[in-house]
Design a protein around this ligand. Structure first.
Ligand SMILES: Cc1ncc(C[n+]2csc(CCOP(=O)(O)OP(=O)(O)O)c2C)c(N)n1
Length: 325
C-alpha cells in the first residue's frame, strides 16, 4: 500500500461509491442477462473496479476518458448516465448511443466520457488526439485512455506512446492488466516484467500498482494527472487486477482450462470493494449503517434505470443509418 497519508474521507467515499456502482450494476447484469432481453455481448469488469474508480476520481469532469469493449466501469466512474446506459444495453432508442451501440460503445460527452470501441487498442490514439486538441486549444484538460494488456500488442499503442512523448501531450495511458487477452495469458505473449516498462523506450514514465487497491490507484493517477495538466507530458499507469467472470458474458469459465478456480479465489480474497469497506470499518471512518445506505441508494437507482429502459421504445427501422459519421 502507498506510503502517502490517506486521502480525505470525502475522496475515500467517492472512490467507494464509484466502485460499488460498477459492482452493483454488473452484478445486476449477471442476474438479468439470462432473461435474454439484453442481446448485446457484455464484458464485465467485476474485480477490476479500482482502476476506473481511482483514475477518474483524480480527474475533473471536463477531462476526457476513452474506454474499451469492457467499458461499463469507465462510463459509470466518469459519471455516465445510468438510465441511458441500461437503455443502451436493452437496445432502446434513448440509450446513450441511441440503442445502436450496445455494451461496448458507451458514451456520454457531457461527462467527458468520449466513447469506447470494440477494436482492441482503437481508442488509445483517440485519447492522444484529444490531448493534442486540448493542448492546441490552450486548455489544461487531460485525456485518459483505458485499455487491456492485450492492447499493448497493437502497433497503435506504441505509435501513440511515441507521439504523445514527442509532443508532450497531457494523456495518461491506463492499462488494466488482468493477465489475459481473451484466454491467452500474458506470460505466453510478452517477456517484459511490467506493462508500464513499455513506456521506457519512448521516454514515457510509468508506474505499476496493485489494481485492487483503489487508494494506490487514485494517488498514483493524481500525480500523473497533475504532471500532465502542468505541461509535464504523458505517463503510463499499469493497474494489476483480475477479471472474475468469463471474457465475455456473465458466467465463470473454469471448464475452459486456461485458469483455475483456486486462482480466482485468491483474487476474490483481495476484492477491491471489500478492501475499502474494511478500511472504513477498521478506522471507524464510516459505519456499517452508512455503507448499507450507500448500497441501498445505488440499488434503487439501478432498479429505476432498468424500469426506465424497459419502458423505452426501440429505435425505428428508418433510423438505422442515422448518426453514422
Ligand atoms: C483489433 C482487434 N483484434 C482482436 C479483437 C478480438 N478481441 C476482442 S477482446 C480481445 C482481448 C483483449 O484483451 P485485453 O486487451 O487484454 O482486454 P481484456 O478483454 O482483458 O479487458 C480480443 C483479442 C478485437 N476486438 N480487435
Amino acid at each position: 500500500m502507498t506510503q502517502n497519508p490517506l486521502p480525505s474521507k470525502e475522496i475515500l467515499l467517492e472512490l467507494y461509491r464509484r466502485m460499488l456502482l460498477i459492482r452493483e450494476v454488473e452484478e445486476k447484469i449477471v442476474q438479468v442477462y439470462p432473461q435474454q432481453e439484453i442481446r448485446c455481448p457484455t464484458h464485465l469488469s467485476i474485480g477490476q473496479e479500482a482502476a476506473a474508480s481511482g483514475v477518474t476520481t483524480a480527474l475533473r469532469r471536463d477531462d476526457y476518458v476513452f474506454g474499451t469493449h469492457r467499458c461499463h466501469s469507465h462510463y459509470l466512474a466518469k459519471g455516465g448516465d445510468l438510465k441511458q446506459m441500461f437503455s443502451e444495453l436493452y437496445g432502446r432508442a434513448n440509450g446513450c448511443a441511441k440503442g445502436k451501440g450496445g455494451s461496448m460503445h458507451l458514451v456520454d460527452p457531457s461527462q467527458g466520457m468520449m466513447g469506447s470501441s470494440a477494436i482492441v487498442g482503437g481508442t488509445i490514439p483517440l485519447a492522444a488526439g484529444a490531448a493534442l486538441a486540448a493542448k492546441m486549444q490552450g486548455t489544461d484538460r487531460v485525456a485518459v485512455a483505458f485499455f487491456g494488456d492485450g492492447a499493448t500488442e497493437e502497433g497503435v499503442f506504441h505509435e501513440s506512446l511515441n507521439f504523445a512523448a514527442l509532443k508532450k501531450l497531457p494523456v495518461i495511458f491506463v492499462c488494466e492488466n488482468n493477465f489475459f487477452a481473451t484466454h491467452t495469458p500474458l506470460s505466453a505473449r510478452q517477456v517484459i516484467a511490467s506493462i508500464a516498462d513499455h513506456g521506457k523506450i519512448y521516454g514515457v514514465p510509468g508506474a505499476a500498482v496493485e489494481g485492487v487497491n483503489v487508494i494506490d490507484v487514485y494517488q498514483t493517477a493524481a500525480e500523473m494527472v497533475a504532471r500532465a495538466r502542468t505541461g509535464g507530458g504523458p505517463s503510463i499507469l499499469e493497474c494489476r487486477a483480475y477479471r472474475w467472470k468469463e471474457h465475455v458474458g456473465h458466467n465463470y469459465d473454469f471448464h475452459l482450462g486456461y485458469r483455475t478456480k483456486e486462482e480466482l479465489d485468491a483474487w476474490i480474497n483481495r476484492c477491491p470493494v471489500c478492501f475499502i469497506e474494511k478500511l472504513f470499518l477498521e478506522k471507524k471512518l464510516v459505519s456499517e449503517n452508512e455503507l448499507g445506505g450507500i448500497r441501498a441508494s445505488i440499488r434503487g437507482a439501478i432498479d429505476d434505470a432498468i424500469a426506465f429502459a424497459k419502458a423505452s421504445p426501440f429505435p425505428e427501422p428508418e433510423d438505422m443509418m442515422t448518426e453514422i459519421y
